[in-house]
Structure formats: structure tokens, C-alpha cells
Design a protein around this ligand. Structure first.
Ligand SMILES: [Zn+2]
Length: 352
């Protein structure tokens, strides 16, 4: 397989460049990939006046950067994110991303933090199959999961998301893109754009890949107001998105009480393997979810007590974090994330 690539640079800062891959030009034949490459690149750049482009080339799949994919069940692959916050890594690759291979095509679950990560995921997928990437499912709007989506759209994928995702993503898009530019080298984010889903899920939806089905489920507000999970029905592999964290401290960006409600239910019922948004997969729901449930429950209790004592927010936050400190073992970035969570929890529970 050959991929069309070229160097793109910021029109305003021509020394700041990164590599762009246009998946629509993929071909098993280099000459075929090169035919029309110039026109493809021109068209792509025409819609992006902030970028200038170099000469197109077609490179062999093996010569391009690819994310490592691990097969966790037959035809189901995951690239594991670094167990870190976005600020702590050079490329923002912190979320777990999934690839499900069926008879007729591929479904991708989350697309990564940037165009560069989406491209590296695309190259990795092309190492395991030539089947079309038919679907991309976004588990929620957070940048580490959603900003690589345009690559999958250009590859032909239909994008599925929770019905509340478009509003949430649109409201934060500018801030997310600014954060990428602030945190990383241009090579990591050049060409990254926010794209909106094609299909919105209100309750449940089903995606067929010929010989296997995926059930998508949209949830009430929990981690965010647009959380969506994916069950691969035949293999009983459950992708929880960021409704489950392991190792990295969970971030409350929706509703703490809603999240506790979700955890109290049995959302992964029948799952043989559960893949969290961050951290390693586990076959056992209780083992995977208990530490997070304990932590969020303690957060709610501490926030409730702070409100009951009449502490103002500024004094409540350190008191809440202090009280949760004995639970910090095994949670990365506990202090910073818990300070943010304490603010969110206090604000939510203040009006209970
Ligand atoms: Zn998230």
C-alpha cells in the first residue's frame, strides 16, 4: 500500500511544518497513487489558506509512522494511550483508540488528538487490512479522542457520536485547537481541524460490518454530556470511552452524580473484556470500575460536607483534595485533577 504525503507549513510561519497524508489517494500501486496527487493536494490546501504545501510523494506504508496496534480479541485492536495528562507528553497520544475489523469493513473507535495521530492510526490500520474504514465512533468530544477524526472522514468513514456532541465540541473547538498549538510542536498538530459527526445517537444505534455488529449507546451526562459506549456484540468487547479510567485520575467534566449513577448500573453487562478510555483493559467489571467508583463516591461525600459546612469554594477545594488524599495511590496526576474535580463537584452539589 502506498500513501500520498506532503509537507505542509504554516503560511504565517513557513519554517513550522508537518507531514500530511491524504488517505483518499491510498493505492497498492505507486504510480496510481502519484497520478492526480498534485490536484488532490491543491484541492486540500485550497480549503486551508493558513497552510502552504510542498511537493506530493507516494510512500510505502512501511516507511511511514504508525501507531502500535495490539489485537485484544479476534479482529479487535487497540492502541494504548500513554497514562499521562496531555501536558506531560510530546504528542498528546494519551487516549486508547480501537479498531474493529469485520468482513466488509473497519470501524474505528476514537481517532486521537490530532491529524498526525489520526494519520498514524490510518497507516497502522492499513498494515492489518485493505478493507474500507466505514465507520468512526467518537466516544465523546474530548480532544485526545476526537481531533483526529478528519483523517477517518477523508478515508470515507461515517462519523457516529452522541446527539449532544456537536454542541459540546463546537463550544470548545477553538480552545482545543489553541491548546494543541500551545502544547506541541507544529509537526504534531498542523492540519488538525474539528469535524462534526454524520450520524447522531439518541439512545442506541447499531453498526454492521457484515459479519459482526457494534451496538452504540448514548448515556445521560456523566464524564461529559456526550458519552457513548460501544459493544462489539459477537466478541462481547466493551469500549467504555472515558466513562472508565484506570491509572489516570478520572476527570469530571459532566456530572459527578450522573457518573455515579452510570457506575451503579450495569452498563457493561455481558462484556468479556472492557476497554477503558485510559489505562489497560480488564475482563472484570468490578475490578476495573471499583477504584473509580470509590474515588468518585468519596469526592461527592467530601464536596457535600464542604457545602454543608458553608465553606466558600476557594476554601472548600483544598479541604476536599486533602480528604481524598488517602485514595491517591495508583492514580496518576491525582493532585491537579482532583483540584479541578473538587471545583466541579462543589459547584454541582451546591445546588443539590
Ligand atoms: Zn474524556
Amino acid at each position: 500500500m502506498y500513501h500520498l504525503v506532503f509537507q505542509a507549513c504554516l503560511a504565517a510561519a513557513p519554517a513550522q511544518c508537518g507531514q500530511i497524508l491524504l488517505p483518499a489517494a491510498d493505492s497498492p500501486d505507486r504510480a496510481e497513487c502519484l497520478a492526480g496527487a498534485g490536484a488532490r493536494v491543491r484541492d486540500w490546501l485550497a480549503a486551508r489558506p493558513d497552510l502552504s504545501g510542498g511537493d506530493p510523494d507516494c510512500r510505502a506504508n512501511a516507511d511511514l509512522p504508525a501507531l502500535p496496534l495490539e489485537e485484544i480479541a479476534p479482529g479487535i485492536w487497540v492502541t494504548w494511550g500513554a497514562e499521562a495528562q496531555m501536558e506531560e507528553v510530546a504528542d498528546g497520544h494519551i487516549a486508547n483508540l480501537g479498531v474493529v475489523l469485520g468482513r466488509d469493513g473497519v470501524a474505528v473507535i476514537d481517532a486521537g488528538v490530532s491529524r498526525a495521530q489520526g494519520q498514524a492510526l490510518h497507516v497502522a490500520i492499513r498494515r492489518i487490512t485493505d478493507l474500507p474504514v466505514a465507520h468512526l465512533v467518537l466516544t465523546h468530544m474530548h480532544p485526545d479522542h476526537a481531533l483526529g477524526a478528519e483523517v477517518m472522514a477523508e478515508a470515507g468513514a461515517r462519523i457516529h457520536a452522541h446527539h449532544a456532541l456537536p454542541d459540546a465540541l463546537a463550544a470548545r473547538a477553538e480552545g482545543y485547537l489553541d491548546a494543541l498549538a500551545r502544547l506541541y510542536d507544529p509537526g504534531e498538530w498542523i492540519g488538525t481541524r474539528v469535524v462534526m459527526p454524520d450520524a447522531l445517537v439518541r439512545d442506541r444505534a447499531r453498526i454492521g460490518l457484515g459479519d459482526r455488529d457494534l451496538t452504540l449507546r448514548a448515556w445521560p451526562t456523566a464524564h461529559t454530556d456526550n458519552d457513548l459506549t460501544v459493544m462489539v456484540e459477537d466478541a462481547r468487547v466493551f469500549f467504555a470511552g472515558d466513562l472508565l479510567f484506570s491509572g489516570l485520575t478520572p476527570v469530571v467534566d459532566g456530572s459527578l452524580l450522573g457518573w455515579l449513577d452510570w457506575l451503579r448500573g450495569d452498563p457493561a453487562a455481558g462484556a468479556a473484556l472492557i476497554v477503558p478510555g485510559h489505562g489497560r483493559a480488564d475482563a472484570d467489571w468490578t475490578r476495573l470500575s471499583d477504584p473509580q467508583r470509590r474515588l468518585l463516591k468519596a469526592l461527592a461525600e467530601a464536596a457535600r460536607d464542604a457545602v454543608a459546612q458553608g465553606l466558600p469554594l476557594s476554601r472548600a477545594v483544598p479541604v476536599i483534595v486533602d480528604r481524598l488524599n488517602p485514595l491517591k495511590d495508583g492514580w496518576h496526576a491525582f493532585g491537579e485533577t482532583m483540584a479541578r474535580n473538587a471545583t466541579a463537584a462543589y459547584t454541582e452539589l451546591e445546588w443539590e
